[in-house]
Design a protein around this ligand. Structure first.
Ligand code: CTP
Length: 403
C-alpha cells in the first residue's frame, strides 16, 4: 500500500478519455490512496459521477455553490497532498494558465498550495495549437508537472499526439511527487554501458556512430532510483553525468571492454546499451593524415565483441543486449540473443519515426531467453528503461526460484 495515508484530489474534465480516469482512480485507491473526485460539468457528460462515487467510496464534487459546507473549494483542500487533473482538456488547461476560476475545480486550483499534476488529452491538432502550448509552458513555469500525452490513434480516428498518458506513467508520477520509489533493486550491482564508441583514424579523426547514449543513461538512472549500485561505462556523449552512479568514461571499444571486464566480478547484471563499433582502423596513424590528392583506403579490423565474450563465459549474471536493426528486426535479434547467450535482448527498428538513435522515444521489442517476444508501442526511453528492469527482475526471481 505505497500510497497509504496519501490524500489526493482527482480532477476529471470533459474529454473522451474521462473513462480512463476510472482506471486511474482504481490504481490509486488500490495503492491505498484516499482519493476525492472532482468533475467539471462537461466531464459528467462522458462518465457518471456515480461510477466515481462507488469506486472512491466518497462523495463526488462538481458544484461550487451546491454543497452544504458552503466553500467546498477550500474544505476539499484540507489535508490534501496532491492534485491530479486527468484527463485535462485544452479548454481546462487554457483556463488554468489564465487563472480563470469559474467552477469548483478551477477555483480550487487557484487556492491550492500542493503539487499539481496535469495529464492532457485532446485531439492532435489541439495539442499542437500554439495557444495550448503557450498555456502548457505557463503551467510548467508555475511548477505544475505535465505528463505529456502519447501518440497513437485518437478519438477522431486520426493518428497523432494527444492520447492521455498510460495509467502506469500517471501512477509513477504520483508516486514520484510523494517521493515514493520502488526500491526493488537494492543489493544489485548493475553495469550499464551507453553511447557510441569512437575508433581513432589519426589523432584528429575517428569513426563512430549516431548513438546518443540516452537509452543507457535512462536505464542507469532508473536502476539507481530503484536502489541498485550502478556502474555506468559510457562512450563520449553530450549527456550530463547522472548523479550517484559510478561513472567510467570509455571512448573506444578496447577501453569499454577493459572497464566492463574489470567490474564484471562485482556485478550481478550487465546491460549493454552501448553502440559498440564492429570495426576499427587496424593501424591508426600516429600523425594527422594529409590530403594526398587521391583516394584513401583504411584497413579495418574487427573489434572485440564484449557481450559475446562474456556470454560465452556462462557467468550466471543476467546479460542484456540491444539490437538496433534496419530490417528483419526480430529474426536478427533472436540470432544475436542465441549467439551471445543473452537473457534478454531489446531490439528496435531504427528506420521507424520515434525509434531512432537521437530520439527521446523508442519503439522496442523485447525478446527473452525463451524467445518470447514482447512488442512495445512508442514510448519514452525512461519508461522503456523501467520495463526492461521489470523484465530483468522477473528473470532474476525465476532463477532464484529454480535454484
Ligand atoms: N556489442 C558488444 N561488442 C561489440 C559489438 C556489439 O558488446 N563489439 C553488443 C552491443 O552493445 C549490443 C549487442 O552486442 O548490446 C548487439 O550489438 P549489435 O551491434 O547490434 O550486434 P553485432 O553483433 O555487432 O551485429 P551487427 O552489427 O552485425 O548487426
Amino acid at each position: 500500500m505505497i500510497l497509504a495515508d496519501k490524500k489526493i484530489l482527482l480532477g476529471v474534465t470533459g474529454s473522451i478519455a474521462a473513462y480512463k480516469a476510472i482506471l486511474i482512480l482504481r490504481q490509486l485507491t488500490s495503492a491505498g490512496a484516499d482519493v476525492t473526485v472532482i468533475m467539471t460539468a462537461s466531464a459528467k457528460r462522458f462518465v457518471t459521477p456515480l461510477t466515481f462515487k462507488v469506486l472512491s467510496k466518497k462523495e463526488v464534487y462538481s458544484d461550487l455553490f451546491g454543497q452544504e459546507d458552503g466553500l467546498p473549494h477550500l474544505s476539499l483542500l484540507e489535508g490534501c497532498g496532491l492534485i491530479l487533473i486527468a484527463p485535462a482538456t485544452a479548454n481546462f488547461i487554457n483556463k488554468m494558465a489564465s487563472g480563470i476560476a469559474d467552477d469548483l475545480l478551477s477555483s480550487l486550483l487557484l487556492s491550492a498550495r500542493v503539487p499539481v499534476i496535469v495529464a492532457p488529452a485532446m485531439d492532435g491538432d489541439m495539442w499542437k495549437n500554439p495557444i495550448v502550448q503557450k498555456s502548457i509552458s505557463i503551467l510548467r513555469e508555475t511548477g505544475v508537472t505535465i505528463i505529456e500525452p502519447e501518440s497513437g490513434l485518437l478519438a477522431s480516428g486520426k493518428e497523432g499526439e494527444g492520447r492521455l498518458a498510460r495509467e502506469d506513467r500517471i501512477f509513477e508520477e504520483v508516486c514520484h511527487q510523494f517521493n515514493i520509489i520502488k526500491r526493488d533493486l537494492s543489493g544489485e550491482v548493475i553495469i550499464v554501458t551507453a553511447g557510441p564508441t569512437r575508433e581513432p583514424v589519426d589523432p584528429v579523426r575517428f569513426l563512430s556512430n549516431r548513438s546518443s547514449g540516452k537509452m543507457g543513461y535512462a536505464i542507469a538512472i532508473a536502476a539507481r532510483d530503484r536502489g541498485a549500485r550502478v556502474i555506468l561505462i559510457s562512450g563520449i556523449t553530450n549527456l550530463p553525468k547522472p548523479e550517484k552512479v559510478e561513472f567510467i568514461s570509455a571512448p573506444t571499444t578496447h577501453e569499454m571492454r577493459e572497464a566492463v571486464l574489470r567490474h564484471l566480478p562485482e556485478a550481478s547484471m550487465l546491460i549493454m546499451a552501448a553502440a559498440v563499433a564492429d570495426y576499427r582502423p587496424k593501424r591508426p596513424n600516429i600523425k594527422k593524415l594529409k590530403k594526398s590528392g587521391s583516394s584513401l583506403s583504411i584497413e579495418m579490423e574487427e573489434t572485440e565483441d564484449i557481450l559475446e565474450e562474456i556470454g560465452k563465459k556462462n557467468t550466471k549474471k543476467i546479460l542484456v543486449g540491444f539490437a538496433a536493426e534496419t530490417d528483419a528486426v526480430i529474426n536478427n535479434a533472436v540470432l544475436k540473443l542465441r549467439k551471445k547467450n543473452l537473457d534478454l535482448i531489446v531490439a528496435n527498428d531504427i528506420t521507424l519515426e520515434g525509434g531512432g538513435f537521437e530520439s527521446d522515444t523508442n519503439i522496442a521489442t523485447i525478446i527473452d531467453r525463451d524467445e518470447r517476444v514482447q512488442e512495445l508501442p512508442l514510448m519514452y526511453k525512461k519508461d522503456l528503461a523501467q520495463i526492461i528492469l521489470e523484465r530483468v527482475m522477473a528473470l532474476k526471481e525465476r532463477d532464484v526460484t529454480n535454484t
